[in-house]
Design a protein around this ligand. Structure first.
Ligand code: SF4
Length: 358
């Protein structure tokens, strides 16, 4: 798998976190009465998903990570698709990719451990160049980010002079640097309409672009990329679930194909999906997105029954507790972005953030 704009691709800087911060001794991972007591409140949030018999195997690592964070003056940012042991056990901030990048700029912590995929860590680094950004597994990629390069965007611009190019946040820094503005699944429609023109490109997710195009008079031109997790859901699958559970509410992510979104009661970003369930508190709900979302929200929405037809993101699942622990001990897997690229990419991301403020 190729990850564009990874340290391997950018040879202008060497990761220096280990040199700067040094290695720490590996913590003892014994399940002691102190560990049991310190992690009891965390287990309360996880008991619906982790059997009690498994807790002594997990708790020492969770406890050690939480101590290491303090020693390192580090903050853990976890995407909504992280497994519940990470999401509820060690994360300081959880959210969608944009929420995490914005939070990265607000924290006083010197070190950010990004529990998500590579483009998310890059976005944090772009917005917080002075901070050390680590990712527990550098191979955590994304089928959308890998579908397009900066050179592809330059070629697109040459062939379509004057047409604004909007990039979904799920792209590398190289791609963001070539685009006019960034967007997320929460604000894509607003960004598309902000140009006041008849045609725009929204790259690289052809389904997100089609879903946005269905809501606006602006012609939304697409790139042939897709999320390998969301494109596997089908409208027939949803109709079949409704036959079995007629009173179910179905909410879908706009990275799903348009016919899937058309079958859903609501479509929105991961943050919007969570808000929807928390506010509406449906009796039965099905989240058409990555597996871990329902697991993570379940403990915060008692009384809601989750039907879980889920697809797993293999890239997100590369991030594990053991790798987070290694990252904090060894200060390895540092995300570096060419400063020239980062500067241009920051303009695209900040334009979107400023649009949100207006
Ligand atoms: S769920 Fe899809 S969009 Fe998100 S990281 Fe995985 S492949 Fe990329």
């Amino acid at each position: 798998m190729t990850i564009t704009s990874s340290p391997a691709a950018f040879k202008g800087a060497t990761p220096v976190a280990l040199e700067r911060f040094g290695r720490l001794p590996r913590p003892d991972l014994t399940y002691t009465p102190e560990v049991a007591e310190a992690t009891a409140p965390i287990y309360e949030k996880l008991k619906h998903i982790i059997p009690a018999i498994e807790w002594p195997a997990l708790a020492p690592t969770i406890h050690a990570i939480n101590l290491l964070k303090k020693q390192r003056n580090a903050v853990i940012l976890a995407h909504n698709y992280m497994t519940p042991d990470i999401y509820h056990g060690v994360a300081d901030i959880v959210g969608d990719s944009l929420q995490l990048a914005i939070e990265a700029t607000r924290t006083d912590a010197q070190v950010i451990v990004q529990c998500g995929v590579h483009f998310m860590a890059e976005t944090s680094k772009i917005l917080s160049p002075e901070k050390t950004v680590l990712i527990p597994d550098m191979r955590a990629g994304c089928s959308l980010a890998e579908s397009i390069t900066g050179a592809d965007v330059r070629a697109l611009r040459e062939r379509n002079p004057g047409v604004p190019i909007i990039t979904y946040v799920n792209t590398s820094a190289d791609v963001k640097a070539e685009c006019d503005i960034c967007c997320t699944s929460s604000n894509a429609l607003e960004v598309v309409e902000s140009f006041g023109v008849d045609r725009v490109f929204l790259i690289p997710d052809k389904y997100l672009a089609a879903n946005v195009g269905n809501k606006t008079d602006v012609e939304v031109l697409v790139w042939d990329g897709a999320c390998e997790v969301h494109e596997r859901f089908t409208a027939k699958e949803l109709r079949d679930y409704r036959k079995i559970e007629p009173d179910i509410k179905i909410i879908a992510h706009p990275e799903c194909p348009p016919e899937v979104v058309a079958e859903a009661d609501f479509a929105g970003s991961t943050a919007h999906m969570i808000d929807w369930v928390k506010t509406r508190k449906p009796e039965k709900v099905m989240m058409i997105t990555e597996c871990s979302m329902a697991d993570n929200v379940a403990s915060e929405t008692p009384g809601v029954n989750y039907i879980r037809p889920c697809n797993l993101c293999p890239h997100m699942k590369r991030i594990t507790l053991d790798k987070i622990l290694d990252t904090l001990v060894e200060m390895k897997e540092e995300v570096v972005v060419d400063p020239v690229v980062a500067e241009k990419a920051r303009v695209a991301v900040e334009r979107m953030i400023n649009l949100k403020k207006n």
